[in-house]
Design a protein around this ligand. Structure first.
Ligand code: TYM
Length: 344
């Protein structure tokens, strides 16, 4: 019997942050390491998604490759045949299925997507149709490979819900085409979380730490100089309560730092809360995290420097060869369903 598929993608548009790392890369790689016997693991680079908002195109190609290297540095076992790492645009079925699904997606439905609303508001440049139908391409990414589990950060859950909706809609109208991914709550259960992770900006802890942030002062990038990143932690916004408590609403900065520390140490949040609850010296608390960040980045960047680039290219190319027929099979079912191809 075919194995259940666990799939996720991380855009290559700018340098990745610890939010991407702990929200998506690490859970996926832990799963890949621990469960590749039971599941098929697809980790891909959604390169077509990378320019739904404006980017410097002269850097894209390198960025795509750098991201692949980064997955390897984060521990993705490249020699495991149950694990696939590929580039979206190298498998044309992604684009083709998107065009089909576009015609079954409501204009209003896309306009209601929180991420579209946020990005189209905050951006002075042209708001592109690509940004608008971004979730449809994302649905294709997931549905083409019959994925059941899709580990993503909290900001992507609405897109995952849409993926389920469009798949159910198509199956209802045409009969079976797509495997429906599990509901968001089942996903969290599967990955052992009570909710999607959302690391916050260090300067404005009410908003997500995001690679598209302009100043970068509140963002820890994976390629930050470790000492610079430590300084960013020391400059993190806290509050005037002068007592450490985990309270996302009233102490968002402190709570975010507690979460980051738990992730860096690889321990449960409760353990870190127990250790620091009631402490009053924010500066000391920040230095602990600054040290951990510095250690983490030094170690990670060293690993990145030692990656065998040829092995990464070989993995990408092999996975693209292996996944093309899988994607084409699903595409054909969709083409047959809508009448573009004869049914067998
Ligand atoms: P992207 O590239 O914006 O982000 C990649 C992943 O990182 C998570 N993430 C965070 N998690 C916790 N805290 C943060 N501060 C934080 N910032 C980012 C995101 O939730 C995401 O999981 N649309 C996707 C890429 C994509 C995709 C897919 C994912 C395209 N097709 C199919 C899964 C399946 C995106 O833009 O993620």
């Amino acid at each position: 019997m075919a194995k259940d598929v666990i799939l996720t993608g991380i855009r290559a548009n700018q340098d990745l942050t610890i939010g991407n790392y702990f929200g998506a890369i690490l859970p996926m790689i832990d799963t890949a390491k621990n469960h590749s016997d039971e599941y098929q693991i697809n980790l891909f680079i959604p390169d077509l998604h990378s320019f739904t908002t404006p980017i410097d195109h002269s850097k894209l190609n390198k960025q795509i490759f750098d991201n692949a290297k980064l997955f390897a540095a984060a521990g993705l076992p490249l020699d495991n045949p149950n694990i696939y790492m590929y580039r979206q645009s190298y498998i044309p079925a992604h684009s083709e299925l998107t065009v089909i699904l576009d015609s079954f997606t409501g204009y209003g439905e896309m306009g209601r997507m929180t991420q579209f609303k946020e990005k189209s508001n905050s951006n002075n440049d042209m708001v592109s149709v690509g940004l608008f139908n971004y979730p449809v391409l994302m649905a294709s990414d997931i549905l083409l490979y019959n994925a059941k589990y899709v580990p993503v950060g909290d900001d992507q859950t609405q897109h995952l819900e849409f993926t389920r909706d469009i798949a159910q809609r198509m199956n209802k109208k045409f009969g079976y085409i797509f495997v429906i991914p599990e509901s968001v709550s089942k996903q969290h259960e599967f990955f052992g979380n009570d909710q999607g992770l959302r690391i916050k900006d260090l300067i404005d802890p009410t908003k997500k730490m995001s690679k598209s942030d302009d100043s970068g002062r509140g963002v820890i990038f994976l390629n930050d100089e470790p000492a610079v990143a430590a300084k960013k932690v020391m400059g993190a916004t806290t509050d005037d309560k002068a007592e450490i408590n985990f309270d996302r609403d009233n102490q968002p900065g402190i709570s975010n730092l507690l979460e980051i520390l738990a992730l860096l140490r690889g321990v449960r949040l409760d353990d870190v809360i127990k250790e620091f609850k009631g402490h009053t010296r924010y500066g000391d608390f920040k230095s602990v995290i600054a040290n951990e960040v510095e250690k983490f980045l030094t170690d990670f960047q060293q690993k990145l420097g030692n990656i065998d680039e040829n092995a990464v290219i070989a993995k990408l190319e092999q996975s693209e060869r292996d996944m093309t027929p899988v994607a084409n099979e699903t595409l054909l079912r969709a083409q047959q369903a809508v009448g573009l191809r004869p049914k067998d």
